[in-house]
Design a protein. Structure first.
Lengths: 295, 303
């Protein structure tokens, strides 16, 4: 937002000073990425709101939240619908990633754009702590930082854990056809604890921080909705990717001229409304749980 | 003329008789209605049969002016209860006015209060007396095993089978079995029941009510031999494996189940580590951001 005018000027200097105002942007996420995020975001919020009241059933707010969904039975149905959405997006994401890895001949995993942890991430993390304390320069990042990788991988792996245990409890008769009864006890403990862990990672420590609180993202990083960011923002945030693409001559692949019309403004309002609503939900549920745990 | 009068007479006679009968019935109805209508002076009792005259008992036990030392009874609530039309002495057999005999009171607290219910509820009582609670209550009154009134109430009896009574069941059991209630609430049934699913299983659905027996008794509904059948009342197709699910277990206590505790504790450690790391990392990042002015419009572009 802040750099709209500068970017418009930059794009003007780039030579494309046509009638509609445009801005040179870096295409970070494609339509598939953005839809995936939307599905995660809606289903995760529903799962948290219909699940956490069961974990903290004796707190006063638990009944209130359940009543908001039309009672504990209705909430159970919404929880299961969101679970099916989760299975769908997880499967789609895994297929997409497998195709992506195969088509890039492994470079998507082993290369610098990988979402997998590598040795550089450890160096980056140490480097970030040094920078935090004023004992060194800020490490430079390629396409994904280590906290973004953690955010992504914890979701992909966490979904397997919480999904498996969840379906076990959904179909207890089928589960106990193959496993002893204590497996359902273990499933409940894991499901319940993994949910708290996932909620903390998404709502508070990693995701909320990297998308909203971090300098450069504050108050809101809209890239997962719009797909692209102003090019100088990209250059500052991902200097290694920028330098690598300049060197490889692949910068053009990720640069787009984004038209800025009244629709951009309307879309911005929509992104803000969605985020404020979800943010309010996240803060509310976090407050409820912190209150219950302290109490 | 004559023939007309003769024809008129039986009709007249019948009319007079009908009128007299009507007046008599109306008077009787009015008298009964006046006696039964809840006028403030007549108290709360609303029986059209025989309004119990409990005023002599309530002089001391009603809690009004000049009340005695004995237990107080909410007369209005009692009158609304299913037993409200009974005189006090229908249950408190043999109690008379004035300070009661100490031996009689001791006898009441021991087993006489059970006999009071048995008089009308013999069928249920025979089941209760065979249960663990009943056996202990009848043979060792001092151990405080629940008698009828401990669960059903004495003067404010709730009709069993109503939702209002069902909602109180876990509270009733928790008076003695508090730990079992907590583990119940931690289980699927308890969570759903507490948050409003009235059909979710409560204590008595698995353990039975009047017939309740400890799990090591082979006749118990939760004994090894009967557990699967008990599960099947709600979960048709339940297997031995299904029934071996641990309902009353506390994952936070290693003595309750070491296996569950290991999973629980491992997650507590993991959550503590991840949250602490996230807290420190985010906090330091924000600190550095503020210090270097990265939250300003210019700084935003420098990341």
């Amino acid at each position: 937002m802040a750099s709209t005018h500068d970017a418009a000027r930059a794009s003007g200097e780039a030579g494309a000073a046509a009638a509609p105002r445009t801005r040179l942007e870096y295409q970070r996420f494609n339509v598939f990425h953005r839809w995936m995020h939307f599905l995660v975001f809606v289903s995760f919020t529903v799962l948290v709101f219909t699940g956490m009241p069961l974990k903290y059933k004796q707190a006063g707010w638990a009944q209130w939240v359940m009543d908001l969904f039309g009672g504990v039975t209705a909430a159970g149905i919404y929880h299961r619908i969101a679970a099916i959405v989760t299975v769908f997006y997880w499967t789609a994401e895994v297929i997409y990633m497998l195709v992506h890895v195969v088509r890039s001949r492994g470079r998507a995993v082993l290369g610098p754009e990988s979402l997998m942890f590598n040795r550089k991430d450890l160096h980056d993390m140490v480097g970030m702590f040094a920078w935090f304390l004023g004992r060194g320069p800020k490490p430079q990042f390629d396409r994904y930082t280590y906290w973004e990788k953690f955010d992504y991988l914890s979701l992909v792996i966490g979904t397997v854990i919480i999904g498996t245990t969840g379906f076990m409890m959904w179909y207890p008769l089928t589960t106990t056809r193959y496993f002893p009864g204590w497996v359902l006890n273990v499933a409940l403990v894991i499901h319940s604890q993994e949910a708290l862990l996932a909620m903390g990672v998404i709502f508070i420590f990693v995701h909320f921080f990297s998308a909203h609180l971090k300098p450069g993202s504050f108050p809101m990083d809209k890239v997962i909705f719009t797909g692209s960011v102003p090019v100088e923002h990209y250059r500052a945030e991902r200097p290694l990717e920028w330098a690598r693409r300049v060197k490889e001559g692949t910068l053009e692949e990720v640069l787009v001229e984004r038209p800025l019309t009244w629709r951009t403004k309307v879309a911005d309002v929509v992104w803000w409304a969605i985020t404020l609503f979800a943010g309010a939900c996240a803060v509310l549920m976090t407050a409820f749980i912190v209150w219950t745990v302290i109490d | 003329m004559r023939a007309g009068r003769q024809r008129l007479r039986p009709v007249l006679r019948r009319a007079v008789a009908a009128l007299a009968l009507g007046v008599a019935l109306a008077a009787a109805w009015a008298a009964v209605a006046a006696a039964a209508s809840p006028s403030p002076a007549a108290g709360e009792s609303s029986s059209i049969l025989a309004p119990p005259d409990n005023s002599r008992c309530l002089r001391c036990h009603g809690g009004g002016e000049g009340a005695g030392a004995g237990p107080r009874v909410d007369a209005a609530r009692y009158a609304r209860s299913p037993h409200g039309r009974l005189a006090c002495t229908s249950c408190h057999l043999g109690f008379g006015p004035g300070p009661h005999d100490a031996a009689q009171l001791r006898d009441w607290r021991a087993t006489a209060r059970l006999d009071a219910c048995r008089a009308c509820h013999a069928d249920v009582f025979s089941r209760y007396s065979a249960s663990f609670h009943g056996r202990v209550a009848l043979s060792q009154p001092r151990r405080g095993a629940p008698a009828c009134a401990d669960c059903h109430g004495a003067h404010a009896v709730l009709r069993p089978g109503t939702a209002a009574f069902r909602e109180t069941i876990d509270d009733l059991c928790a008076r003695c079995h508090a730990e079992a209630r907590q583990t119940y609430l931690d289980s699927y049934h308890g969570k759903a029941f507490l948050l409003g699913r009235a059909t979710a299983a409560v204590c008595t659905d698995c353990h039975g009510g009047h017939r309740i027996l400890p799990p090591d008794d082979p006749r118990s509904s939760v004994s090894k031999a009967n557990l699967v059948a008990t599960c099947r009342t709600c979960h048709p197709g339940a297997s031995e494996n299904f029934a071996s699910f641990m309902v009353h277990v506390n994952p936070r206590d290693p003595r309750s189940s070491l296996l569950l505790w290991v999973f629980y504790a491992a997650y507590v450690v993991l959550i503590a580590v991840v949250f602490s790391f996230g807290f420190v990392h985010s906090g330091l990042y924000i600190y550095r951001g503020i210090k270097d002015g990265l939250y300003s419009r210019r700084g935003a572009r420098l990341g």
